[in-house]
Design a protein around this ligand. Structure first.
Ligand code: HEM
Length: 139
């Protein structure tokens, strides 16, 4: 029996396209933020997003963030590190949290897109996670 790598199997089956624009990025973050509150290890970090208005505003911020990374639009003008340092001081973010966060982020991308930009957002998420880890360990 032929054994395919799982995300590639999904990509083949659904004939997935690459991420092209903000609408595509919105789909990823929306699907991602549906998964986070269902994860037993992560849900306590994301309780404030049970409020739909707060969630919507945050999703737009995340779209700006990824739009800037992929398409150099300058849409994201904040410091993404600070909220994580504040979060860590209230509720420590540990290795298993990063692992779970990255797994769900990768899934949200792979279930919907395939291609160079899809690979870029996944690898950037991993490298940013390393920086957040490094900075939080110093607190
Ligand atoms: C276990 C790991 C992580 C947890 C628990 C976490 C949690 C959070 C939470 C709760 C917020 C909202 C903060 C607030 O509005 O007060 C946030 C914001 C954000 N996170 Fe994370 N995060 C994690 C990892 C990452 C990684 C790896 C990235 C990089 C791709 C990232 C990118 C962002 C961005 C861009 C924002 C918006 C910051 C802003 O408001 O300008 N996060 N995160």
């Amino acid at each position: 029996m032929t054994c395919f790598h799982w995300p590639l199997t999904i990509a083949y089956y659904k004939m997935l396209n690459d991420i092209k624009n903000r609408e595509d990025l919105y789909l990823i973050v929306k699907e991602f933020y549906k998964k986070l509150p269902l994860d037993k290890d992560l849900k306590h970090f994301f309780e404030k997003f049970n409020d739909k208005m707060i969630l919507e505003e945050h999703l737009q911020t995340l779209v700006d963030f990824w739009d800037d990374i992929l398409f150099f639009t300058g849409a994201y003008k904040r410091n993404a590190m600070l909220p994580h340092l504040e979060l860590h001081l209230k509720n420590r973010i540990e290795e298993p949290h990063f692992t779970a966060w990255l797994r769900l982020f990768r899934q949200s991308v792979d279930e919907n897109f395939a291609g160079e930009n899809a690979e870029t957002v996944k690898s950037r998420a991993e490298s940013i996670a390393e920086v957040i880890k490094f900075k939080t360990k110093q607190l």
